[in-house]
Structure formats: structure tokens, C-alpha cells
Design a protein around this ligand. Structure first.
Ligand SMILES: [Zn+2]
Length: 237
């Protein structure tokens, strides 16, 4: 059991290093950015085990061997987070199809989390296929009705909020929450939304109180919604 989970964790770290490439590539795709694993400082392509930042952190002092600059903390966090979430999926999944659903959900949520945190965008290239995948897998699990309800309510509520507030919560958030509904169904989507709203409110208030962010600063909401989705699907469910 323990070795199986260690294997799943390693698999998650490997998947995380692939996600790092996507997260690096997505904002640069128009400049012809590479999907290969490259140092963000010097641009040299990393080879072999160097491509796994966690390995680099443990065995090459956390530095790129071309330029000697630090491997970004984000790279390591993405790999660690994917590894840990993969272990949670292995512990919580019930049956092959449910495991596939949760693994894919994690593989979509991790890059959405980090891209929204940095670029304040939730790429359609992830959310739109994510909605289709969520429906297909929910249908396979006999939960299509609940998935449709989750999609309509999750997407609909945030769509209205985005229309009214014009800022803060955007259309990307609405599509993200629609995707969460398609994957998790109505009940868990509502739980995830409640967690996301509370978390966003608390963190936003703390940032304002300590003047880390001003009233006019944009705080991306996706990471809160995603944290809610992860807690609802892998901890509470
Ligand atoms: Zn470098």
C-alpha cells in the first residue's frame, strides 16, 4: 500500500513537470515558446532528470547548471502539489473510471491555479475541453443529470456575478465553475463554490487589512475556486 502510494506520488511529480512546461508555454505561445523543459532565466533546455525541478532541488542545489540561477519555487510547488493531489486521488477514488475522472480533474486544476495566480487568466484551452471531459466521465459514472445541474448553476451564478461586478470575478471564473460542476455534479459544486467564496473573502480581507494589496488591485479568484474544488472532491467527498 505504502509503495503503491509512493509510486503514485512519483507519477504525480512527473506529471507536474509536464504541467510546468505547459504553464511556461501558455503565455508565450505567440512568441513561439517551447513546450520543452527550459530554464526561465537563460532559456537553455534542461536534459534528463534536470527536467524534474524537485530532483534539481534535491541533487543540484536547486540551481540551473547552465546559468547557476535558482530553479523557480513555482516549478517545485507545481510538482509537489501534483504529487500530493495524485496521492489523495489514489486514496479517495472509487473504481477505475472515478480514478480517471479525479486524475484528469487534478491535471486541469493545477495549471489553471498557477496560470490564474500569475497572469489573471483561466485559459479556454483548459476549461472548454475540461467541461466536455467532465460531462463524458460523469455520464460514464451515471451522474449526467447532476453534472448538467452543476454546470448550469455553477457557470450561471458566476456568469451573473461577472456581468454585475465587471471585474474581480470574470467569464473565466464562470467557465471554471461550470467545469467543476460538469466534473463533480451539483452537490459538490455547491460545496466547492461556498468554500471558494469564503476563502476568497477571508484572504482578500487579510490582504487589504495588512495593505499587501490595495482596494483597486485585482486579486484573481480562480485559485480560491480551485482550492474549493480540490477540497470538495478530494477531502470532503
Ligand atoms: Zn539557466
Amino acid at each position: 500500500m505504502v509503495w503503491r502510494l509512493v509510486g503514485v506520488f512519483v507519477l504525480g511529480v512527473l506529471a507536474g513537470s509536464m504541467l510546468n512546461r505547459f504553464i511556461y508555454w501558455w503565455p508565450r505561445q505567440e512568441e513561439g515558446g517551447t513546450l520543452q523543459s527550459a530554464c526561465p532565466h537563460c532559456g537553455n533546455l534542461w536534459q534528463g532528470l534536470e527536467q524534474i525541478s524537485l530532483w534539481g532541488l534535491c541533487f543540484s542545489g536547486g540551481r540551473c547548471h547552465y546559468c547557476g540561477d535558482h530553479i523557480p519555487l513555482r516549478y517545485v510547488l507545481v510538482e509537489l502539489m501534483t504529487g500530493i493531489l495524485f496521492v489523495l486521488v489514489a486514496l479517495r477514488g472509487q473504481g477505475a473510471l472515478d480514478l480517471i475522472r479525479l486524475f484528469l480533474f487534478v491535471l486541469l486544476l493545477v495549471p489553471l491555479f498557477f496560470i490564474d495566480l500569475k497572469h489573471h487568466r483561466l485559459p479556454n484551452i483548459l476549461t472548454m475541453p475540461g467541461i466536455a471531459l467532465g460531462f463524458a466521465l460523469s455520464a460514464g459514472l451515471g451522474q449526467l443529470k447532476s453534472a448538467i445541474a452543476g454546470f448550469v448553476v455553477g457557470g450561471g451564478v458566476l456568469f451573473l456575478v461577472a456581468l454585475i461586478t465587471r471585474g474581480g470575478i470574470g467569464m473565466g471564473d464562470a467557465k471554471l465553475q461550470a467545469m467543476v460542476g460538469a466534473f463533480l455534479g451539483l452537490r459538490l459544486m455547491l460545496i466547492s463554490l461556498a468554500i471558494g467564496i469564503i476563502l476568497g473573502g477571508v484572504v482578500g480581507l487579510v490582504l487589504l487589512l495588512f495593505q499587501i494589496r490595495g482596494r483597486k488591485d485585482m486579486i484573481p479568484y480562480g485559485p480560491f475556486l480551485i482550492t474549493g474544488a480540490i477540497l470538495a472532491s478530494l477531502v470532503i467527498a
